[in-house]
Design a protein around this ligand. Structure first.
Ligand SMILES: Cc1cc2nc3c(=O)[nH]c(=O)nc-3n(C[C@H](O)[C@H](O)[C@H](O)COP(=O)(O)O)c2cc1C
Length: 353
């Protein structure tokens, strides 16, 4: 059990344990302007207070026209810094390392947000799909960089670039989706030029003591592609890699029968074997025992606990005390919190809001 409570240092920043709260949107809490409110502050503070080592604040739009939904949190304007700062200040009080997930919805930007569903190239299955021009890509590159600068001003310790779940950066990285023939398509290095320019720009603007985490889709479309992408991201200077999936209907790697976790965790453990930088694995890890096994056996550096940290804000403290955690029910077809952050059937018992 104690393996998850070993500390870790990265860029001179001490992380007190290996437990990560992955980004999870609180649907319905923000507004048209993408502002943080008191509920967000209390939500993250509650988990920080109960000893989550690293908190990655939910997908936050770097561009108003790139929102994945309304009302999504935003970091496209200086006026959004103050609210974000309330989250970091509240959580730093309890020693959590704070990252902000920077997001552009790409094809998954709804019509209510933008006429165009933008990506690297047109997808004939998506009627609003639009292939970005080089000039437009450069503008969005700057939107990400400016988002990171604002995150730094809001006292975040770093950012996570959302390059998974078929959002914009994932679309560019994916060999099966990106059909460009210019410098943003083709080889792995070219497909990651967009991400690479963002990473370079962030490093130039915010200095070296700022963590750049990247959430990648492991199946892009195959795990072998994922491994190549991960190696390239390491070369580009990413500090931590958070391995998730590349969206629905992608190719799913076969998991050995004796591996007691799902294919997303398996993908993360396989990708780790090819890297020197630390890796976060995620998806249905659920209990402290399962989390600890992954760390003890050096299958990962960090474990992200998503829905189970929503149903049990005390997850980390309970793990420390060897107490049972209040597990997520795993609602099907998907988590009720996608319809509204208050709709978790376990919410009433464990959250004060
Ligand atoms: C309500 C909800 C919102 C989510 N929002 C995000 C998000 O903002 N960014 C992201 O990369 N993943 C998001 N995810 C995915 C989680 O970060 C995590 O990968 C997923 O829940 C699997 O981990 P778990 O099985 O421990 O919950 C979300 C998941 C849920 C349930």
């Amino acid at each position: 059990m104690k393996a998850i409570f070993k500390d870790f240092e990265i860029k001179g920043i001490k992380i007190k344990n290996r437990i990560v709260m992955p980004p999870m949107v609180n649907f319905g809490w923000s507004d048209e302007n993408g502002f943080v409110n008191e509920k967000h502050v209390r939500h993250y503070e509650e988990r920080a207070k109960a000893n989550v080592g690293t908190i990655i604040v939910e997908a936050t739009a770097v561009k108003k026209e790139g929102r994945g939904f309304v009302p999504q949190l935003g970091i496209w304007n200086d006026s959004q810094i103050e609210g974000m700062k309330k989250i970091t200040n509240a959580c730093h009080e309890f020693g959590s390392v704070m990252l902000l997930q920077l997001h552009h919805g790409g094809f998954y930007t709804p019509e209510t947000v933008s006429e165009r569903a933008v990506g690297p190239s047109i997808d004939t299955k998506i009627s609003r799909s639009y292939s970005l021009t080089v000039e437009e890509i450069k503008k969005i590159t700057n939107d990400f960089i400016n988002g990171a600068v604002r995150a730094k001003k809001a006292d975040f310790d770093g950012v996570e670039l959302h390059g998974a779940h078929l959002y914009l950066l994932n679309l560019f990285a994916s060999a099966s989706i990106n059909q460009r023939t210019d410098e943003y398509g083709g080889s792995v290095a070219s497909r990651l030029k967009f991400a690479g320019d963002i990473i370079k720009g962030i490093k130039n603007k915010v200095g070296n003591d700022f963590i750049i985490c990247y959430r990648m889709g492991a199946n892009a479309p195959t795990l072998d592609d994922g491994i190549q992408i991960a190696k390239e991201l390491e070369k580009l200077g990413v500090d931590i890699l958070n391995v998730s999936h590349g969206g629905v209907n992608r190719l799913i790697p076969k998991v050995p029968e004796n591996f007691e976790y799902n294919w997303i965790v398996y993908s993360g453990t396989q990708i780790k074997k090819h890297l020197k930088i630390p890796v976060i694995v995620v998806n249905e890890i659920k209990t402290p025992e399962r989390a600890s096994f992954l760390i003890e056996n050096n299958l990962t550096d960090f474990v992200a606990i998503g829905r189970d940290l929503l149903t049990d804000p005390q997850w980390a403290d309970k793990a420390y005390r060897n107490e049972e955690v209040n597990q997520c029910l795993g609602c099907k077809p998907r988590c009720k919190r996608y319809e509204g952050a208050e709709l978790c059937p376990k919410n009433k018992n464990v959250n004060s809001h």
